[in-house]
Design a protein around this ligand. Structure first.
Ligand SMILES: [Zn+2]
Length: 287
């Protein structure tokens, strides 16, 4: 398999969910072996690689930081990029947070699909899981097992009449990502709004960019699927796993996890160097 990038540039604009700042985002094709790199256009094009080592904060969103320069709420664009199999890309922003758009990854995915990807003359390398790796803490757990593809199993359990226990189990490829995951929006609880605002969070939040839940229903509109909640958790999980830096061949099973759990898991897994190998596809899989 060859590495890929975007066929041509794309532009988006919107507000940051937590900062409330207006931001313009550009997706720019990048040469082979670049990986995914954020660029702060407002800070002399300062670059932050989309890698686990640059993760700085994980409360309510995943924030990267390098030499004191931040880029926040990266998980939905990272999920779109990873879900669609893009290896090399510059993600250019003129502020410190990725725009939230409709709270899902769908606007990114549909725009990327329209311009298409370009194969590059360089072999793609994968992270092959060699043996099971398990992490758990305070009722949350994530494990990763060897698998000849990327399979994601996600279970959530929220004490809310519309959520409860939801489970999703998918073998991921760009088509499945687009049809089963990318449209799922982020969600939050109305009774937490005041506390979040006090903590300088969700300053750009609105009824147009999140599912807002009351104690027994939804405050704004309808769900896109009855299990949109677990689909969004899978979307977030894929965006955080993308910080491995290479496509993963393995089966990820996440139970009641969130950004903090994802980041901890990815960090510990990368340290467990006998649990994986970085290599191209075996010849029988490459066809
Ligand atoms: Zn999310």
């Amino acid at each position: 398999m060859k590495q890929t990038t975007l066929a041509r540039e794309l532009k988006f604009s919107g507000v940051g969910l937590h900062s409330g700042f207006r931001v313009t985002l550009g997706l720019v094709p990048a040469p082979p072996n670049t990986g995914i790199v954020f660029r702060r256009l407002d800070l002399n094009d300062f670059e932050i690689e989309a890698l686990r080592r640059n993760v700085a904060k994980v409360n309510f969103a995943t924030t990267l930081m390098k030499q004191g320069v931040m880029i926040s709420t990266v998980e939905h664009i990272m999920s779109a990029v990873y879900g669609l199999g893009i290896d090399n890309l510059y993600i250019c922003v003129d502020s410190l947070e990725i725009p939230i758009l409709d709270g899902s990854a769908q606007p990114f995915v549909e725009a990327i699909r329209e311009v298409g990807l370009e194969n590059q003359n360089c072999r793609r390398e994968y992270i092959h899981v060699l043996k099971p790796f398990h992490w758990s803490e305070k009722g949350k757990s994530i494990c990763l097992e060897p698998y000849q593809g990327l399979r994601v199993t996600c279970v959530i359990d929220f004490p809310h009449p519309l959520i409860g226990v939801q489970k999703l189990d998918l073998l991921l490829d760009p088509g499945t990502y687009r049809q089963q995951i990318c449209f799922a929006r982020t969600f939050g609880f109305y009774r937490q709004v005041e506390a979040l605002l006090k903590n300088n969070l969700i300053r750009g939040g609105s009824y147009d960019n999140a599912i807002v839940l009351s104690d027994d229903g939804i405050v704004n509109g309808k769900l896109r699927r009855p299990d949109e909640f677990v689909r969004h958790k899978a979307l977030d999980l894929i965006g955080d796993i993308a910080l491995l830096g290479k496509p993963l061949l393995g089966h990820v099973k996440a139970y009641r996890a969130g950004h903090a759990a994802h980041a901890t898991f990815v960090g510990k897994f990368l340290q467990q160097t006998d649990a994986y190998q970085i290599a191209g596809l075996a010849p029988q899989l490459a066809t």
